[in-house]
Design a protein. Structure first.
Length: 413
């Protein structure tokens, strides 16, 4: 990616026209008047802790990871994940793939069927220009296979076959075949098509329904059990290699169940298990603090992403208005969680504060009588579901634990 200049175009940052690569040398402090608020921050020590946790987990369980880059849409953060041993990355569509291919990533799994003519033409052109580029595609219907096969006949001269995985799903979910028979039918269509190669199966267990975490984990395990039976059926029918087939699952909540089923309980030929967790990198204060398999371990994951805002008003007893809202911070999974208060350079825990509602630019906070909170104080908000905080910020400062700014990362949403 080309270098850039930090100006008023990047909200919150000082408008001094410095190079992006020089941000860490400016001596800026996030919370002592250098930055406009609200401001988002990535804590460097938490990022490193979480990278190490996943790296060690994958090595210990003999699995691979292709982290879902749609979480951050940041080539700089993806570069850290690849340097930490990631096998490749995952993206949701070709729009996202283009960003990371331009940044130099050479192995990508697109975790959806690709059927658009512009998308397929782009991938064919990139594969022709770079024979080492490895892009894996999902299919969940004979129709999707036909689209890929038609394009392969037109564009694949001289190219190695396009690697394809059959996508598995569950009733009421999103993509993916719903039965073993449909999986066999799609796999056979791939095998019969010139220019395509079936290399494995993929699915996503992260959104299985359930009344509580216990029920969701049980349902996720049942989906993975059924998925294992599909893999076995495809191998038995000679539609999938008995050795080295890719088996890719794993959101950020239940990847331990993937490992349990396809490593610990698997009794067939070796499969290569590719996890696709993305939110492990930053963890959070809500959704993944409740559901991550890493929670409770020693060392435990650390929330790396937070938003700081000013107290704009104390219009009523027990109420504070913060200058931040859904334009700045995730609200799709949980409301933000106040974590700390800062005043005159001193920071302490935000005990008893609760965000009760948000508007586009404001957050309403319930304040107990015994908590001191004044206009001009800063409040740190922990987030739930990092994906929808990242997509609100084009440039994010990276800070030490005492909020010195040591770097900044671009996002490309």
């Amino acid at each position: 990616m080309t270098d850039d200049t930090v100006t008023w175009r990047y909200r919150a940052f000082p408008d001094l026209g410095v190079s992006l690569t020089e941000v860490g040398a400016q001596g800026w402090h996030l919370l002592d008047g250098d930055f406009h608020l609200p401001v988002v921050a990535l804590r460097a020590t938490a990022l490193e802790r979480n990278l190490e946790l996943m790296r060690d987990y994958c090595a210990r369980h003999d699995v691979l990871i292709a982290p879902h880059a749609k979480t951050t849409m940041s080539p700089a953060l993806v570069e850290r994940q690849l340097a930490g041993g990631a096998w490749g990355i995952t993206v949701a569509n070709v729009q996202q793939a283009r960003i990371f291919i331009a940044a130099g990533v050479r192995r990508l799994l697109i975790a959806n069927p690709v059927v658009g003519p512009a998308d397929l033409a782009y991938l064919a052109a990139r594969r022709r220009a770079d024979p080492d580029l490895d892009v894996l595609l999902l299919v969940d219907s004979v129709e999707a296979v036909s689209v890929l096969a038609d394009r392969a006949r037109d564009d694949s001269a001289g190219l190695r076959p396009q690697p394809v995985l059959v996508e598995l799903g569950y009733v009421g979910g999103r993509g993916g075949v719903r039965s073993i028979d449909d999986g066999v039918r799609v796999a056979r269509a791939v095998g019969d098509a010139d220019g395509l190669e079936l290399v494995g199966v993929a699915g996503f267990e992260g959104l299985v329904p359930g009344a509580d975490l216990v029920e969701r984990r049980r349902n996720a395990a049942e989906f993975l059990e059924w998925s294992a039976s599909v893999v076995s059926e495809l191998v038995d029918r000679g539609l999938l290699s008995a050795q080295g087939a890719l088996v890719s699952f794993g959101g950020s909540s239940y990847f331990d169940l993937v490992v349990a089923r396809f490593r610990e309980a698997w009794n067939g030929g070796r499969v290569e298990v590719v996890l696709r967790s993305g939110c492990y990198l930053t963890h959070d204060h809500g959704l993944y603090e409740r559901t991550s398999p890493f929670v409770g371990h020693d060392p435990a994951p650390l929330p790396a992403l937070e938003v700081w805002a000013e107290v704009l008003s104390r219009p009523e007893p027990g109420l504070a208005i913060l200058g931040t809202g859904r334009r700045d911070v995730s609200t799709d999974a949980d409301l933000p969680q106040p974590c700390a208060i800062r005043r005159d350079g001193r920071t302490w825990p935000a005990e008893g504060l609760q965000v009760t509602a948000v508007n586009d630019q404001h957050a309403m906070v319930s304040v107990p009588e015994d908590v001191s909170l004044e206009v001009g104080d800063l409040v740190c908000l922990g987030i739930s579901h990092p994906c929808t905080t990242f997509d609100k910020w084009r440039l994010i400062p990276v800070v030490t634990d005492t909020y010195e700014v040591i770097d900044a990362v671009r996002t490309y949403f």
